[in-house]
Design a protein around this ligand. Structure first.
Ligand SMILES: *[C@@H]1O[C@H](CO)[C@@H](O)[C@H](O)[C@H]1NC(C)=O
Ligand SMILES: *[C@@H]1O[C@H](CO)[C@@H](O)[C@H](O)[C@H]1NC(C)=O
Ligand SMILES: *[C@@H]1O[C@H](CO)[C@@H](O)[C@H](O)[C@H]1NC(C)=O
Length: 640
């Protein structure tokens, strides 16, 4: 039982009649004279590896395509590969490697007395989807260790694991070829596969090829990619990310920057021809092909209209080892080279390399992040931050440098103008901390919430990370985000993290998007991000503040002449809210996402919670807009 508030003055003088234990409706007066610009970078995306690149965002379909970082002559070196019809397959260290960076090859020996087709196949990453609607690009290198008179055809295509062909093409193979030669074909599958238990295969007529030995290297299979980029990203995952219209894309991570000094992410090992990329054992224990490299990250950022936030390795590895101050020089030079690759003129070696890869114009790079969560080694960050920012800003005064430690712990100099703050907490922590930035000084220092997520719930406090975002958690994030919008004069960006979860090999949860071979699953937190990002607005308007201990949160922005109100109710009971706007409005839409606290969108139930849009028409144009807020909900009202 709540009595309606009564409007005495259209510009905000309101009297509440409160009866007994009933509470008054919330009235939000929008101040027409107090507003600030919302940065276009406000809602962005952070990329973390966590099994999300190879077999995920990166569209390559073959697992272990180039036998990178494996031990030759072991069974483990054959991960992903199978013999078909009795061919002998083995990974060797080739005396004449396909490139200095890829020492290993698949050696295939064809025994006598076999019939039909014989060769080898790859099972893909956790299965291989074969789609008759798509044309795939397949390629590999081969050479004969010893010249022979063999002349025959490789049959390149798809089959089920039980041997049913799903379609193939042929390419001529010559035994005279003792140096590496590339074969490239396009294959459109002819038969529909019942499931993902399929191989991409390279097979030969058993009679003709009997007795031959052939080495293979850098085998690759791509479906059509996002924007049809060569060596590009997976269409459905990229489309989902783009749906969020990220204002920035932060890469290469995160922990992906490196577990040890030797295995750190180095830009120059991730660019250029695939034969020039040695790969690397990443932070999650498996080999990264680095096919998704610096150029691909920059290209993807550009393709989705996101401003890149590029991390550079800052002399600290995750295992805790730091480079000593006196030895930092070469690492800073590597960061300079990395930045030149992104923005340097073609008069620089690195800028020229970018041009030869098809992008002579500089990428629109503004932000450089110095390391990741460097508070983990705060003592050495003092000199690492000083040295990196001093030298980099001498070279690139136009760029902004982001510090990755908690503000003032340790005290670093020069005083950072940009901080990256990370938070992995509970729903109630996020709701309370929607006021976190309200008390910060407006002195020119800017903040990035480069990683945040509700990872545990309030009720159980199990301290086990949630497997998938829950509605309750997502609404905690939404409440927090209303505070980031209010403070977007000093908060220039924010990203949920981690972004991608390969459900066949989950590493770190919860995630914004989950995916398997066939599908992408949009979480409740994904929809929160999407609703905020696609309704960001250009101007933030000050309005009555939410109650810090309360359950109702809001923010008001304006996009051209449309008013955009975001309303979050973290309580399990409905509420009412009345906005008093500076101008009369009449019609628009309301988009509502609601459900039960523990609701999650999962592969088993992917669309349990999703935003629903309806039109909103007032009987007469009015400055006053009352909205009945559903329990546990996020609403975006757009009204003109
Ligand atoms: C990458 O650059 C570093 C130094 O900046 C160098 O030591 C290394 O050999 C380079 N690696 C490749 C594969 O070019
Ligand atoms: C701005 O204020 C923050 C505290 O809100 C402080 O940490 C920072 O050093 C100040 N920056 C400048 C440039 O004064
Ligand atoms: C919201 O307002 C309506 C209309 O006055 C009223 O019937 C309803 O009880 C109110 N709901 C809450 C939760 O206050």
């Amino acid at each position: 039982m709540v009595q309606r508030s009564r409007l005495l003055d259209a510009l905000g003088l309101v009297v509440f009649f409160i009866a007994g234990a009933c509470r008054a409706d919330t009235t939000v007066a929008v101040n027409p004279t107090s507003h600030h610009t919302v940065p276009t970078t406000l809602w962005g995306q952070t990329y973390e590896e966590v099994n999300s690149g190879d077999g995920g965002l990166y569209a390559e379909l073959l697992q272990n395509r180039a036998f990178q970082k494996v031990t030759p002559n072991t069974q483990e070196a054959l991960v992903g590969w199978h013999s078909i019809n009795g061919a002998n397959i083995n990974v060797i260290a080739d005396p004449i490697p396909v490139s200095p960076f890829l020492p290993n090859a698949l050696q295939v020996t064809f025994p006598p007395n076999r019939f039909g087709l014989i060769g080898f196949g790859n099972e893909g990453f956790y299965g291989l989807k074969v789609d008759t609607a798509l044309t795939y690009k397949a390629s590999f290198y081969y050479r004969f260790p010893t010249a022979t008179s063999y002349r025959g055809n490789a049959v390149i295509g798809f089959q089920t694991v039980s041997g049913l062909s799903l379609g193939s093409v042929t390419a001529p193979i010559s035994g005279a070829q003792t140096t590496w030669t590339q074969v490239s074909v396009s294959v459109t599958p002819a038969q529909v596969a019942f499931n993902n238990n399929n191989y991409f295969n390279v097979v030969f007529d058993a009679g003709a090829v009997a007795g031959q030995t052939i080495n293979f290297a850098m085998l690759s299979l791509f479906p059509p990619t996002y924007r049809n980029r060569a060596n590009g990203v997976r269409l459905d995952i990229a489309t989902a990310i783009a749906e969020n219209r990220p204002g920035f894309f932060r890469f290469p991570g995160g922990k992906n920057l490196g577990t040890t000094i030797d295995t750190r992410w180095q830009w120059n090992t991730t660019v250029g021809a695939l034969l020039d990329r040695p790969g690397r054992v990443g932070a999650w224990g498996y080999t990264n092909t680095d096919g998704l490299g610096l150029f691909e990250f920059l290209q993807f950022s550009e393709d989705i209209g996101a401003s890149p936030i590029m991390g550079v390795w800052s002399g600290l590895a995750l295992d805790g080892s730091s480079i000593e101050e006196k030895d930092l020089g070469p690492y800073i030079q590597q960061a300079i080279d990395q930045i030149n690759f992104a923005i340097g003129p073609t008069s620089t070696v690195q800028g020229m390399l970018r041009a030869t890869l098809g992008h002579s114009a500089p990428f629109p790079l503004t932000y450089i992040e110095i390391g990741n969560e460097d508070l983990l080694s705060s003592d050495t960050y003092v000199y690492r931050w000083r040295y990196f920012t001093t030298v980099l800003s001498q070279n690139f005064p136009q760029l902004r440098y982001i510090a990755t430690s908690n503000a003032n712990d340790p005290v670093v100099a020069p005083d950072p103008t940009h901080w990256d703050v990370h938070a992995y907490k509970t729903p109630s922590w996020f709701a309370k901390n929607s006021f976190f930035y309200d008390s910060f000084q407006r002195n020119g220092t800017l903040y990035l919430e480069g990683e945040y997520a509700v990872v545990d719930n309030d009720i159980q406090a199990t301290h086990d990370r949630l497997l998938y975002p829950t509605l309750q958690g997502s609404l905690g994030e939404a409440a927090f985000m209303t505070g980031l919008e209010r403070n977007s004069d000093i908060v220039f960006g924010a990203a949920y993290s981690p972004l991608l979860n390969n459900v066949a090999n989950t590493q770190w949860t919860p995630n914004l998007l989950s995916f398997d071979v066939n599908n992408v699953y949009r979480s409740t937190s994904f929809y929160v991000q999407k609703l905020f990002a696609t309704n960001r607005g250009q101007l933030y308007y000050s309005s009555t503040l939410p109650n810090p201990g309360g359950t109702l949160f809001w923010s008001v922005t304006q996009e051209s002449s449309t008013w955009v109100m975001k309303i979050v109710n973290t309580a399990d009971s409905p509420d009412n809210i009345t906005f008093l706007l500076p101008v009369a409005v009449r019609q628009g839409t309301s988009t509502v996402m609601k459900g039960a606290a523990t609701d999650s969108n999962t592969p088993a139930n992917p669309n349990l919670v999703a935003p629903v849009i309806s039109s909103l028409v007032l009987s007469v144009a009015s400055k006053q807009l009352t909205y009945a807020v559903p329990s546990l909900s996020l609403t975006v009202i757009r009204i003109t």
